[in-house]
Write a protein that binds this ligand. Structure first.
Ligand SMILES: Cc1cc2nc3c(=O)[nH]c(=O)nc-3n(C[C@H](O)[C@H](O)[C@H](O)COP(=O)(O)O)c2cc1C
Length: 391
């Protein structure tokens, strides 16, 4: 009997039960003490709504444009690597579900399906998330392939010169190449549904990178080859290099401070994604939501500011938009759906978030996104408590 799942948290629980411990740890974990991971959620929770009543909300419109393309609501199915660990043909499932929801899908450089195969299953808006390896020809080839496959937008991730330290990987045995320990074998044996649906088919492979590097490399080669080694020399001057190879829109993902956002716009990018990689990189970093107002106030006309990290409810999206975000990126939420129930699970998670956003907007008295403004929000908690104490 399938349990009724009525929100993202229910899908998270189903994903936790389906996946072996090491795979769920990979999906869920944050860096080090997970301070930033918790801060991402806390920032949403610290904002309180001050709704307007007696507004006509008989019609509701959540449509917008994201990086110049029409979208049904202000969200992007964000880039996540090694999705083949959760389900087979995972990126195809995410892309199809995104298209059905009227949203763009951002494919990670670390995808386990070819970008051409993803394009073959959808006519929807596709973005390429780029990591740059030491051999620049790999990124140049990825961009050329994505252009040929009519991807609309390039998103360079800038918060990952090295991987953040994730303690859970060692604890749960998530390693590349796989180290066959008794604990890992027990983990697999106690998750027979995952084993039958995913594990039995072998390790997922970073086929996109491998094709561009013309190496038949699998994930196990990550540590060894130039294919998978990040280019630590990457710097602001390289935005011009990107422009030479990408004629469409360029976004920088992983901006974590207002001064870097200003630098990004000074380098003429089309937009930024305020993000700390879902708390998986620099532990102790600020929450992107806290940064949003400051960055939006300074952004040039036409530049788009996205935000991600901790979005689990439609009301979180409403808060981000009210603070000036063009849209949000969804990281773990669609992955919970994917792991729990494949494409149908992603579709359901996206439908729930959209419905929650619509409910929230009606309760706020907002018939469309332009009515979602910052005066509908108030920071409660510490400041309010201080005021009350002083009174
Ligand atoms: C399992 C997993 C893999 C990820 N892989 C990538 C990646 O390959 N490239 C990237 O730019 N961001 C990656 N991210 C970060 C997401 O794009 C996004 O910034 C983050 O998940 C947002 O936070 P949330 O998961 O709380 O929604 C990954 C996140 C997760 C959870």
């Amino acid at each position: 009997m399938t349990a009724i799942r009525s929100n993202v948290a229910d899908y998270r629980e189903a994903a936790r039960r389906f996946l072996p411990r090491f795979a769920f740890a990979y999906l869920e974990g944050g860096a080090e003490n997970e301070i930033t991971l918790r801060r991402n959620r806390a920032a949403f929770e610290a904002l309180a709504f001050e709704p307007r009543v007696l507004r006509d909300v008989s019609t509701l419109d959540t449509r917008t444009t994201l990086a110049g393309q029409a979208a049904a609501w202000p969200a992007v199915v964000g880039p996540t690597g090694i999705n083949g660990l959760f389900r087979r043909a995972a990126e195809e499932a995410l892309a199809r579900a995104a298209q059905k929801a009227g949203l763009p899908f951002a494919l990670s450089t670390a995808s386990t399906s070819l970008l051409e195969d993803v394009r073959n299953v959808t006519e929807g808006d596709l973005w390429l998330q780029l990591y740059v390896q030491q051999d620049r020809r790999i990124a140049e080839n990825l961009m050329a392939r994505a252009r040929a496959a009519k991807f609309s937008t390039l998103m360079l991730t800038v918060d990952t010169p090295v991987l953040g330290q994730r303690d859970d990987y060692a604890r749960t045995g998530f390693a590349m190449p796989v180290r066959w320990t008794p604990a890992l074998l027990w983990d697999l044996a106690t998750h027979p549904r995952w084993l039958a649906a995913v594990g039995i088919h072998g390790q997922p492979r970073l086929v996109n990178l491998s094709r561009s590097a013309r190496l038949g490399a699998g994930i196990e080669d990550r540590t060894g080859t130039r294919t998978h080694r990040m280019d630590l020399t990457l710097n602001w001057r390289d935005v011009a290099w990107l422009r030479r190879h990408w004629q469409g829109r360029i976004l920088l993902k992983g901006i974590q401070g207002a001064s870097d956002a200003r630098l990004a716009f000074a380098h003429d990018v089309d937009g930024v994604v305020l993000s700390n990689h879902g708390g998986r990189q620099l532990d102790g970093a600020r929450s992107p939501l806290d940064l949003l107002g400051e960055v939006v106030a300074d952004a040039p006309r036409g530049a788009e500011v996205f935000v991600d990290g901790g979005i689990r409810r439609g009301s979180d999206i409403a808060k981000a938009v009210a603070l000036g975000a063009r849209g949000v990126l969804l990281g773990r939420a669609p992955l919970y759906g994917l792991a729990a129930a494949g494409e149908a699970g992603v579709t359901d998670v996206l439908a729930m978030l959209h419905k929650e956003l619509q409910t929230c907007m009606r309760l706020l008295g907002c018939p469309d996104l332009s009515a979602l403004t910052f005066d509908l929000l108030t920071a409660h908690g510490a400041a309010a408590a201080r005021e009350a104490a002083a009174a």
